[in-house]
Design a protein around this ligand. Structure first.
Ligand SMILES: [Mg+2]
Length: 269
């Protein structure tokens, strides 16, 4: 029997991993993903974290499973090869080049952008290797107001997008997102959108939760309302359990609905 899910993409923080839970990733989710991997499915962690931050946290989590792919900073792809994660050179190089060109156009406007935020809000604004403008707002209301201003600015620069996650935001090229990176992995593997499941909890997950890309969408109970609404409106599943438990319920539901019963996939081990 062919697997209904061949590619699973989970956001990390708040979706797969809950920092303040013990364990941060429920064992039944690890067992479920591990069994699907044994049967040929592949698992992607699709996150806004950078590679070193993700690897450090994964190391401390002592998981029983390892992701087959990583999408980090919502744009770069790494592939599990032996004991390391190797960059998808063609994708990452082009991604870096396009961001460099785009951000050169933003550079002259940076002082004005920083000044606008600093003059109105208690927020942290800075540049890092991934974006000339990064924001940590004091709260979500401030982040909403700053996002509105920055979205207007993005409208003046072709291909410039603002990626928001809670009180965090940064600039990005609109050709690169969690959704387009997942699309590249699926393309490379030859998986059709019908075989892809995506799970996420926040604004930066909306792209990869779009119906245009995949058949299966899951949000845990802690997802923000716009994500729950988007998932429900596209026929996806919003769990009444949080974080990884919610993802596990979503995967189980898909497997049940497609009547896959091999190796007790639908039962808790
Ligand atoms: Mg998240």
């Amino acid at each position: 029997m062919s697997l209904p899910i061949r590619l699973i993409s989970t956001d990390f923080d708040g979706t797969f991993y809950a920092e303040f839970e013990n364990p941060p990733v429920p064992m039944d989710l690890q067992i479920l993903i591990g069994r699907l991997q044994q049967q040929g499915a592949r698992w992607v962690i699709n996150t806004g974290r950078d590679l070193s931050s993700l690897m450090e946290t994964l190391g401390r989590a002592h998981l029983s499973i390892h992701p087959d792919y990583l999408v980090v900073v919502e744009r770069e792809i790494y592939v599990h090869e032996g004991s390391r994660y190797a960059p998808h050179q063609a994708w990452n190089s082009e991604c870096t080049r396009m961001h460099r060109e785009l951000f050169a156009r933003v550079e002259p406007d940076l002082p004005e952008l920083f000044e606008w935020v600093n003059g109105r809000f208690k927020a942290s604004v800075y540049s890092d290797p991934y974006s000339p403008f990064c924001l940590i707002a004091e709260n979500n209301d401030d982040a909403d107001a700053i996002e509105e201003f920055l979205t207007r600015y993005c409208g003046r620069i072709p291909n410039l997008a603002l990626v928001r996650n809670d009180v965090y935001a940064r600039f990005s090229h609109d050709a690169y997102s969690k959704g387009t990176a997942l699309g590249e992995i699926a393309r490379q593997r030859g998986d059709s959108g019908d075989q892809v499941l995506a799970a996420g909890d926040h604004l930066n997950d909306l792209g990869m939760l779009s119906r245009n890309y995949w058949r299966w969408r899951v949000a845990p109970s802690n997802a923000i309302e716009p994500v729950k609404t988007a998932v429900r409106n596209q026929g996806g599943y919003v769990s009444n359990e949080p974080h990884g438990a919610g993802v596990a319920r979503g995967i189980e539901r898909v497997l049940k609905s497609t009547e896959t019963s091999t190796d007790g996939l639908n039962s808790k081990a």
